[in-house]
Structures are given as C-alpha cells and as structure tokens.
Design a protein. Structure first.
Length: 550
C-alpha cells in the first residue's frame, strides 16, 4: 500500500509531503485544482515517460518519492530477478533534471522504466475515466474471469511454454530456409569438393613440384654445366683443385715465418676442402641426373591442376585451396545435420503443442466454470447500483491459434433493460452504466487479487443520489481488503472515506500552486456542505453534510 508521497517542483506543486493510511480515502477539490497533477506524479513513479514541461521551475530538478508497504504481497522474487534490494518499506524515487534527463530508483538502486512499470503493475491500479472503456476489450474481460477461475499460475505456465514454442517455430523456419538454400548449392558444392579431393592436395607440395619440374625440364642444360664445372675444377694438370694444391704447398713452406703467411695458408686449405666438397656434390648430382619425360609430364599435369584450381577459386596457395576444401566438406555435411535438427525440432514442437493444448483446455474449463460465478456477483452488485434488470451473456469460444493467455476468444454481451436484446458492452452500455459495471468488476477483483492499492478517478461519472451512496459503500467494502482512493465530485462518496483529502490552489509570492491537505472533521463538514450547496453554504447543507458523515 502507498504509505506516503512527496512531490517537489512538479507542475503547480512547489513542495508537498503527505502520509496515507490503509482503508478508504477520498480526494476532492474544484475542477483544475490539481487532482490530475497528483495522478501525473504517481504515474511518473510507476514508470510513465517524463516531460520537461512538468517542471515548475525549469532550472531546478523535480523529485517525486513514494513509500510503499509491500510486506504482505510476495514480491521478493521480483526484486531477486531484477537484482534489487527487497525492503518491506520500499521507496521509489523519480527525478527529472533540468536537462530533460530522467532517473528512477528503487530503494536507492537505479532502474530503467521497464522495470519500474513492471513493479508498478504490482503496486497500484489507477482507474481513470478513459479507462472505463477498457472493460470492452478482451484482455480486460479475460483478466476478470481468470482471477475468479484462479488461472493466473496456469496462464503463466502457458505463456512460458508458448514463448519456447514460438522460439522453436522461428528456429525451425530458419533451419528450413537454410536447408533449402543449402540444397540449391548442394550439387555444385559436392562437385567442387570432389575436384579438390581428387587433387589430393598437400600443403607445400606446389613449391616442391615447381622445383622438380624446372630441373627435369632443363636436365640437358644442367648436366652440361655441371660437367663443365667439374672439368674446370678437377682437371689433372690445369684444374682449379690442382692449382690450389700448388698454392697450398707454397704457402705451407713460408707459414713458419709469419702469422700472416700461416693465416693465408689456413684460408687456402679451407678453400681447398670446400671446393673438394663442391666437386663431390657436383659428381653426385651428375650421376643422379636423368632425362625422365614421363615424370616431367606427370609433374606438369599436377601443377596445371593446381593452377586451374587456384584460378577457379581465386586463391594463390595450396593451403588456401585446402581451407576451401574443409569449408565445402562442412557445407556438404551441414545438409545432413540440418535434416537431423529439423527432425528433432518437429518432434519437440509436436510435444509442445500437446502440452499447450492440454494447458489451454484446463484454462478454458476453469473459465467456463467461473462465468456463472462472475455473472452472479456482477448482477448482485449492479442491482445495488440501480440496475436490477441488467443481464450478461458471456461465452467462451475456441480460437484457431494459440493466444498469449490460452486458446479462447470471448463474447461479452450485455443488456441493461428487460426486453432488450443482448449487444456488445461498448455499444449498448451508457457512460453511467459502464462506470457502475467497472466498479462492480473492480470490487469482484478485489476479492481475488492481491493488488495493494486502487485509485478511482471520478468513477462516479454519470451517477448521483442513492446510486452514489451505493458506489461509496462498495468502495468502502473493497477497502477492507485493499487500500482504496476515490477522486470524486460527489458528496455521498466523499463522506464515506476514512480519510478525506482536499486539493486546492493558493497564491504564494504571486505564484499559483496546488496543495493537498488532510481535512479535520470540521473541515470535512464544510467541504461536503460546499459540494452540496456551492460556495454559499446553507444551514441545511451543513446538516446534510453531518448526516452523510454520520
């Protein structure tokens, strides 16, 4: 329940702080005094969008803070899910900065508007005049019936399963589309993969083949030059090796005379050893060289295959071709995997549909059982409210598809007078009748829901006299189970409040501002008398006001 509200720098309110009790509280005031401002401030606390125009002083920030006692409403799970500190006395604060930026806090922890709105749904139901028509909408009608049918948990389970079902259906659609696209490319991918598999590619193979190809393709020229090199280096009398031996012998003779000669001798000796090794390798290579046209042709064919594949796939290396081969293998295998995934999803969807249909059937059966209970309660309350001939014809009809709250559609028909045909509620009920029906449904919901607070904003529109007394009595009865506020222009309703607040305007320092005041008993007499007779309060109005209060 709402225990206190403080407002600073909002619309016509300079600064306001007020405490509330449980039970039935009434709020009165002249048109334009600021009752809608209070609702606007509460709306911000409950997560409505902020407007910079709401600031009374544009250079200062607006702060609205509401305290709620939530100790008896099982909201711990909401706080855990949203990583908030749970407090029995929870404080919601909303700030609008002069820059236009808005901030919200729950127990000093920052929250976004969506979290604030979700929490607000558990705390206050603000019923304004334009919301009366919501009773004509299916969602509102189902909300009433489902409360009486105790369908809330069933519907939550249904919604959870339906979300999973829809997610699986979307995934199935995506996989099916993916499979169709894969199948279109399957033959071509398989062909490309077969080409690469036949090629038997090996990383680094291209470079080796290119070297081998060049050697075989130029074998005669290579042999000729190797032989020439060997002849020059190893000729018996004039070869390089023979001459190096002579140089080596000459330097060896003088090496003892100077380190310089000794060093030169060592260097010549090294050259001779190295040249011996080179000549040896040249001889070995000469022996291994052979003219092999068949091998040359095989290498050429393999290289041409590699070059063609590289050109086809627009790459430069065998390694890149091997990566493409791996990707193609995955694509070809993916088709089979997709078939398996699609099959598994289809089986899961069939099972989910069975479960959804079973839950929807239970929800529907509970609704059908609740309709006579709802009808009886509505008629009983409406008879008290001056509608003894009201009749309802509520039908639950099967829907073709799964809806968010089951698999039903609803037909909510109404007749206000004897002999009148049934018609859609929004078409046949007058404004005053809609107000009374709405109050009746809210009174019934109060028996079944755990909502802490409800605020009626002029739900008495279109009624007066004894009917207003009856409406007030119903709201008073509702307040035994929840906190009830009624913003009203009717003295009969204002008098029934356990507490009576008045909204009024005052002028301070040439500035008009709205204020909210808890009236004493004497002030209530004057306020109700003024509501009865106008600003010139008559003695009879005072007597009448006292009678209403008593």
């Amino acid at each position: 329940m709402l225990t206190s509200l403080s407002i600073k720098n909002f619309a016509l309110i300079e600064k306001l702080s007020i405490d509330f009790s449980d039970g039935f509280s009434t709020i009165t005031g002249e048109t334009g005094a600021g009752k809608s401002i209070l609702l606007g401030a509460l709306g911000l606390v409950l997560g409505k969008r902020a407007d910079l125009a709401s600031l009374k002083h544009k250079e200062e920030k607006c702060i609205i803070e509401a305290n709620f006692d939530i100790s008896n409403y099982d909201l711990q799970s909401f706080f855990v899910e949203n990583d908030l500190d749970f407090e029995n006395q929870t404080i919601i604060r909303r700030e609008i900065l002069p820059t236009g930026k808005s901030r919200a806090f729950v127990n000093d922890s920052p929250v976004n508007l969506q979290e604030l709105q979700e929490l607000g749904n558990f705390l206050i139901d603000i019923h304004s005049q334009n919301q009366t028509q919501e009773l004509s909408e299916e969602n509102s009608q189902f909300k009433i019936i489902d409360a009486i049918a105790y369908n809330q948990q069933l519907i939550l389970d249904f919604e959870t399963l339906l979300k999973s079902y829809k997610k699986d259906k979307n995934q199935l659609l995506s996989l099916t589309n993916q499979l169709n696209e894969t199948n279109k490319e399957q033959d071509y991918n398989a062909f490309l993969l077969e080409e690469l598999i036949i090629a038997k590619l090996i990383d680094g193979e291209q470079e080796t083949l290119e070297v081998e190809f060049e050697q075989l393709n130029n074998v005669e020229f290579i042999k000729e030059n190797i032989d020439k090199s060997i002849a020059i280096a190893d000729a018996e009398q004039f070869g390089v090796l023979e001459n190096l031996k002579e140089v080596k012998i000459a330097l060896q003779k003088i090496a003892v005379f100077s380190p310089i000669y000794s060093s030169l001798f060592e260097r010549i000796n090294s050259i001779q050893i190295e040249l011996d090794d080179v000549v040896s390798e040249l001889n070995q290579n000469a022996e291994n060289l052979s003219n092999d046209p068949e091998q040359l042709n095989l290498i050429n064919e393999k290289l041409q295959l590699i070059y063609n594949l590289q050109k086809k796939h627009q790459v430069q290396t065998v390694k890149e071709l091997m990566n493409i081969q791996s990707e193609l293998e995955n694509k070809v295998l993916a088709s089979g995997n997709l078939d398996i995934q699609i099959s598994n999803l289809n089986e899961k969807l069939v099972q989910s549909e069975i479960e959804l249909n079973a839950k929807a059937l239970r929800i529907s059966e509970n609704r059908r059982e609740a309709i006579p209970v709802l009808t009886e309660k509505l008629l009983l309350i409406l008879e008290q409210l001056g509608m003894p001939n009201a009749r309802f014809n509520i039908q639950i009809l099967p829907a073709d598809n799964f809806l968010n709250n089951g698999k039903d559609e609803i037909e909510f028909l109404f007749s206000a007078n004897k002999g009148s045909d049934f018609g859609l509620l929004k078409k046949v009920a007058s404004g005053g009748e809609m107000s009374r029906i709405m109050l009746a449904t809210k009174a019934i919901l109060a028996e079944y829901s755990k909502l802490p607070t409800i605020i009626f904003d002029e739900i008495d529109t279109g009624v007066s006299g004894e009917i207003a007394n009856k409406m007030a009595a119903i709201m008073k009865k509702m307040s035994l189970k929840m906190q009830v506020f009624a913003i009203t222009h009717l003295p009969q309703i204002a008098a029934k409040g356990s507490e009576h607040f008045k909204v009024f305007k005052s002028v301070v320092n040439d500035q008009t501002q709205s204020e909210l005041k808890l009236l004493t008993f004497e002030e209530r007499i004057n306020e109700i008398a003024e509501m009865l007779s106008g600003s010139n309060i008559s003695e009879s109005a005072v007597v009448h006001a006292k009678a209403l209060l008593n």
